[in-house]
Design a protein around this ligand. Structure first.
Ligand code: AMP
Length: 144
């Protein structure tokens, strides 16, 4: 059974973060530049919130607010649902489906160690299913 640790091992990026006082404009610029849909909001080492493209869309763009004059803290989601490295991918999928969001910060001993997305989970599950099928095919073919 795949775990969060396996997903993080295949990801190049560490968790990208911002702070409550940063402007939304700067946060979405980082998201666009780095090709991610979410930034974890930290205060020192602590995870205090999360901001995603969806927050910008719903709480800034649609409401006619200015991203250069709105702070991350005004639109972030808090508290944040997090997972640990030992949690299974099934558990993460269940959490994201139940809460209707697509990102999960990974925290170990109160330290942020990464972020996984629903896309990462789907990719990892597909890989594991493919590996399993090829093992079974080898076994059935008598080559195991
Ligand atoms: P997303 O689908 O990840 O773009 O997020 C949809 C909404 O859920 C946004 O308002 C996010 O701030 C919020 N959100 C995303 N991930 C989490 C999380 N792990 N914990 C709490 N809220 C979240």
């Amino acid at each position: 059974m795949g775990t969060v640790k396996r997903i993080l091992a295949r990801k190049a990026d560490v968790a990208l973060t911002t702070t409550e006082g940063a402007m939304v404009f700067d946060a979405i610029r980082v998201m666009a530049e780095r090709g991610v849909g979410a930034l974890v909001v930290t205060e020192g080492d602590l995870v205090v919130g999360i901001i995603t493209e969806r927050d910008y869309l719903r709480k800034v763009a649609l409401e006619g607010r200015s991203s250069k004059e709105t702070a991350v803290g005004a639109i972030m989601s808090s508290p944040v649902v997090t997972v640990g490295q030992g949690d299974t991918i099934d558990h993460c999928m269940e959490l994201m489906t139940r809460h209707r969001f697509r990102h999960l910060p990974v925290v170990e001993d109160d330290q942020l160690v990464g972020v996984i997305s629903i896309g990462d989970c789907v990719k990892q599950l597909l890989k594991e299913h493919k590996d399993e099928i090829s093992h079974l095919a080898e076994y059935i073919g008598g080559r195991a």
